[in-house]
Design a protein around this ligand. Sequence first.
Ligand SMILES: Cc1ncc(C[n+]2csc(CCOP(=O)(O)OP(=O)(O)O)c2C)c(N)n1
Length: 607
Amino acid sequence: MINVKEKSIKELENLCQDIREEILRVVSKNGGHLSSTLGATELIVAMHKVFDVTKDPFIFDVSHQSYAHKLLTKRWEDFDTLRQFGGTCGYTKPSESEYDYFVAGHSSTSISLGVGVAKAIKLKGEQGSRIPVVMIGDGSMTAGMVYEALNELGDRKYPLVIILNDNEMSIAKPIGAVSRMLSSAMASPFYQKFKKHTENFVDNFGDGAHYIAKRMEESLKLITPGMLFEEMGINYIGPVDGHNMSQLVEIMQTAKKLNQPVVIHAQTLKGKGYDIAEGKEEKWHGVGPFDLSNGHSSKKSSTKSATQIYTEALMHLAKNDEKIVGATAAMPSGTGLSELMETYPDRFWDVAIAEQHAVTSMAALAKEGFKPFCTIYSTFLQRGYDQVIHDTCLMDLPVVFALDRAGIVGEDGETHQGAFDISFLRAVPNMTLFAPRDEKSFHQALGFAAEYEHPCSIRYPRGSFTETTLPESVPFELAKSQLLRSNDSNILFIGYGNGVGRAYETAQLLDFEVNILDLRFVKPLDEETLRDMATKHKKWFVFSDSAKMGGVGSAILEFLASDKILDVALESFEYDDKFITHGNTKLVEESLGLLPKQLAKRVETLI
Ligand SMILES: Cc1ncc(C[n+]2csc(CCOP(=O)(O)OP(=O)(O)O)c2C)c(N)n1
C-alpha cells in the first residue's frame, strides 16, 4: 500500500499527478468513469493522509469516483484490468479488497451506511479510535435517502465526516433546489467578499471580534449551504478548494478532531487535469476507450442502439400526442430522453437522482389524464419499487415504465445488471409486461404502450438488439405471442425480448429443426397459444435476459402447473441465482454458458 501518511504536501501533490496519469492511461484504454474520478483525486489522497484506511471505514457514494483510492490501496498493479472480465471492478467491492468497505454503484446510500457504522462504533465502545468517512457528490445529494440519513444524524450526532464533493454536476446538469443552493452561495461574490472581510476583521481586532464575525456570518447563512446542514444539527465547513492539498489536509484534521457529524463542502472540477475533459463534464463522465492525445473515441458502433430506437419512436409518438409526457432520473442522455427534453421542455423532465419521485410524480400525471413514459434503467427501478406498487399499480394508473439496460450491462457489473425487473414486476397486480425483439417490434411495442390504459413495463437491452435477421414483426396485441418458426419438431424455443434473437442464433447452430415463439408478453401470458404448443411440442427452452427465479421460464412453469399440463419439459436459459460480475458482455455471457454456441450444446445434451 502506498504510504501516504509519511508524505509532505509537495509529495502528495506529485502523487496526485501520478494518479491522474495512471487513471488517464487505463481509462483511455479500457473505458470507465473519468471526469468524476479525476476531480476527486486530491480529496481522496487527503483522506488517506488524515484518516486511517485500516480502521476508519471509507465509504464512497456510487464509488465511480474511487479510482484513486483503488490505486492507493494495493491495486496499482492490477489497475490495467479495470472493468475487464476477471479484473478490477469499477466500483468499490469488499470481496476485491478489504479497503473497500461497502459495495456501491447505486447512489445516495453513503450517509446511511456512515450512520449505521457510527452506531456500531458507539455500541462497540470504539468512539474516539475510529470514525467513518463518507464521500458524496452534489448530484447524489439530490436523492431522498440522503435526507433520511441526515435527519437522524443531526439528531443523534454520531461522529461522522462527510466530504461533499461539489463539482456542480451530476452526470448531466444537476437539477433542483439543493444543487442551486449548494452552488449559488459558493459562487456568490458577495459571500466570498464577506468571508474575506470578516477574516481580515478578526485578524486585525483579535479574539473579541470572533463573536461579532460569527453572528454576522450566521445571519448570512440564510443564503449559504451551511444553512442546510447546520439547521439540521450537522457542522459545516466550507466551501473549500477541493484541489488545494494543504487546505484539505488541515480541514480534514480539524473535522476529525471535532468528534461530531461534520460536512466538509469541497469545490472540485470534474475532469481536472485532462484539458479535453474539463468543461465538458457530461461527455466525459463515463467513456469507452479513446485516444488520449485528442479525446476521439476509439470504437464506433455502426448499429443503432435500443436507446436510439426508443428516442426515435417516442419522438414520433410525442409529436402526435401532446398527452405524452416523460421523466428520467438524472440519466437524460443514457436513457435517450435528452432530445425529448429539448424538443418538449414542458413535457419531459429530468427530476434528478430521484427514481421514487419520478415514479410517483408520473403516476400523478397519469391520474390527470396524461400518458407518462417513466424512462429508467432496469437496475435503478429497484429504487422505485414501492412507488410502482403503491402509487401506480394500486390505482391502476397507465404509466409506461420504459426499462433501458435490461439484461447484462457489461463493464458496470454486479450493481448495474438489469436482471431482476421481470421477477419483481410480475408479482404486482395490474402490471403488464412485454418486450420487443428488434427495431420494428420496438416501435410497435411503444405504439401499443401509448394506447394502453394500465401500468405496463417494456424492457430493452443495453447497446443493440441481437444482430440477426428475424421474421417481420406484427403489431402488438395484448397477451398475443408471435410464432416465428413452425414445424413438427418436438422442440419449442420460447424467446422474450432480446432473447428471441439468441433463440434464433442458437437454432441456426443445430442440425435439427425447432419451433420458435416470440412470447412478447410475459404478463399476461398468451395462454391459448401456450396450451396449443403444449399439445404439439414437449421440449421447451426459454431464452431471456433475466433472472431465472420469477423470470420468464418461471411464469410459463406456473402456467403449465396451474393448467395441469404435466408432460412438457422446460429448461430456462436465464440467469442463475447469483450476482453477475463485470466485464465485456460476451465474456460475461460466456462465463454463464449463455452464448448461442454453448446453448446449442446444452440443447443437444438435454434432448
Ligand atoms: C440510484 C441511482 N440512480 C442513478 C445513478 C446513475 N448515476 C451514476 S453517477 C451519477 C451522478 C452522480 O453525481 P455526483 O454525485 O455529483 O457525482 P459526480 O459524478 O459529479 O462526481 C448518476 C446519476 C446511480 N448510480 N444510482
